[in-house]
Design a protein around this ligand. Structure first.
Ligand code: AMP
Ligand code: ZN
Length: 461
């Protein structure tokens, strides 16, 4: 019998032994990206964390016995707005952004999920859910909207366990006169602007409309995983209201106690203590890191290891230093492995991962295997965690690539030249030292044609 996996469950607030509903088909749903813009490295955290869980489940129950659904949210008001601003169709924007998302996360070593449903392909299921909820007295129609009636569900709030006052305050952000209760939320809304996509509405509504965000995930998980499934995941910011509302919709539509048995949430990736987010503007995209950031192109595996060093429920601070350390670590491990074929995965690594994805402990075990010179064990453990030791060459090759932030160097060189022309030699010397610290050597001369002073530079490191 397979080894027991223990998972921390947001629903029970405890770490429990995982028992799949059907061990021949273990089912997991994770909320995917809203495709209006490139994913930042914070968005990569749930991708990597749940990819690791997917791999662990496959290793435990069998590759063909795990169904992982991660959706593409290609229907959202942010998308409408962005497509409108860029003067392209919604479809062009979502297809382009989805392709870029795939390219970025492939480089992080994330397996594609078993199914990747798109919201726009599930309008019928969303409408069917609206109809069911209205018929069951859990939703009502008002001014072209279908709204979920929160007071119709006595145990609303059981996932986030928020005090009622908090939830009311949260809901107040979006008060509307047609709501019967201030906490009621939108399942379907009218599309009245020219740039808003619309479909024939459910529940006898005459004007065309479109779904709210929460109903999208209830529809897609129902279609691909059923009325009740095993694991539902996402970032901690999704617990309320998104996941709470998914639970409300799905359980009230089908009459079950739960939507998913286990709810898992990753902590935030932060920059100097703040959540990395588009709205704060403190973000770097996955693709920017891969292409070159802070003078360095960062291989996907380096990003992956950096992400897995901390426990997934804890916040992590994203720093260049952490990426540099991961790079050195991986180089060391790949050197130990050489061309040796993987053996069985060592039990201590499997134990650590099976204990609520304790990656910090698993990585400590990898260091121990390295120290002991257990190359086949190290290779197997790394492969289970989504690393590919066969790509050691790429890692080494990338070191030299883009090692210098050219734009920054050019700016400093130009500033120094300007200082020299202005005879500000103190400033000019300071800039020369700053460049030297970056490994840049300067050569001053004169332009042959014009006689103007010029400076050329080269990398000496
Ligand atoms: P979004 O495209 O904003 O809906 O986010 C996609 C996924 O990324 C969701 O699961 C979010 O919870 C997650 N996410 C967004 N920002 C961060 C962050 N800074 N750290 C960790 N996860 C995040
Ligand atoms: Zn969702």
């Amino acid at each position: 019998m397979a080894m027991t996996i223990r998972l921390y469950n947001t629903l029970t607030r405890s770490k429990d032994a995982f028992r799949p509903i059907d061990p021949d088909n273990v089912r997991m749903y994770v909320c995917g990206p809203t495709v209006y813009d490139d994913a930042h490295i914070g968005n990569a955290r749930p991708v990597i964390v749940f990819d690791l869980l997917f791999r662990l489940l496959r290793a435990t129950y069998g590759e063909a016995r795990v169904t992982y659904a991660r959706n593409i949210t290609d229907l959202d008001d942010k998308i409408n707005k962005r497509a409108h601003e860029r003067g392209i169709t919604i479809r062009q924007l979502t297809e382009e952004t989805t392709a870029r998302f795939h390219r970025a996360i492939d480089a992080l070593g994330a397996l594609r999920p078993t199914v990747e449903p798109r919201a726009t392909d599930h309008i019928e299921e969303m409408k069917a859910l609206c109809e069911r909820l209205v018929a069951a007295g859990h939703a009502y129609v008002a001014e072209g909207h279908v709204l979920f009636s929160v007071p119709s569900m006595p145990d609303y709030g059981k996932l986030s366990k928020r005090p009622l006052d908090d939830m009311i305050a949260g809901a107040r952000v979006d008060v509307a006169p047609y709501k019967r209760s201030e906490m009621d939320f939108v399942l379907w809304k009218p599309s009245r602007e020219a740039h808003e996509p619309g479909w024939p509405s459910p529940c006898g509504i005459v004007e065309p409309g479109r779904p709210g965000w929460h109903i999208e995930c209830s529809a897609m998980s129902w279609k691909h995983l059923g009325e009740v499934f095993d694991i539902h995941g996402g970032g901690i910011d999704l617990v309320f209201p998104h996941h709470e509302n998914e639970v409300a919709q799905t359980t009230c539509a089908f009459g079950h106690q739960v939507m998913a048995n286990v709810w898992m949430h990753n902590g935030f990736l932060q920059v100097e203590g703040d959540k990395m987010s588009k709205s704060l503007g403190n973000f770097v995209t996955i693709q920017e890191l891969l292409d070159g950031w802070q003078g360095q192109a960062w291989p996907g595996e380096v990003l992956r290891l950096t992400m897995l060093k901390g426990h997934y429920r804890q916040p992590i601070d994203w720093t260049v230093k952490a990426m540099e350390e991961s790079w050195k670590t991986l180089e060391g491990w790949y050197r130990t492995i050489g061309g040796i074929a993987p053996g069985p995965v060592p039990a201590p690594v499997l134990d650590a991962l099976s204990d609520d994805l304790n990656t910090a402990k698993a990585i400590a075990e990898l260091h121990a295997l390295d120290k002991a010179g257990d190359a086949p064990g190290l290779a197997a453990a790394l492969r289970l965690m989504g690393f590919d030791p066969a790509r050691a060459g790429e890692l080494a090759g990338a070191t030299a690539l883009d090692a210098v932030d050219t734009a920054k160097v050019e700016t400093l060189v130009a500033a120094r030249l300007a200082a020299r022309k202005a005879k500000d030699f103190a400033l000019s010397d300071r800039l020369r030292d700053e460049l030297a610290a970056l490994g840049i050597q300067l050569k001053d001369g004169k332009d042959k044609a014009t006689g103007e002073p010029i400076t050329t530079w080269e990398v000496t490191r």
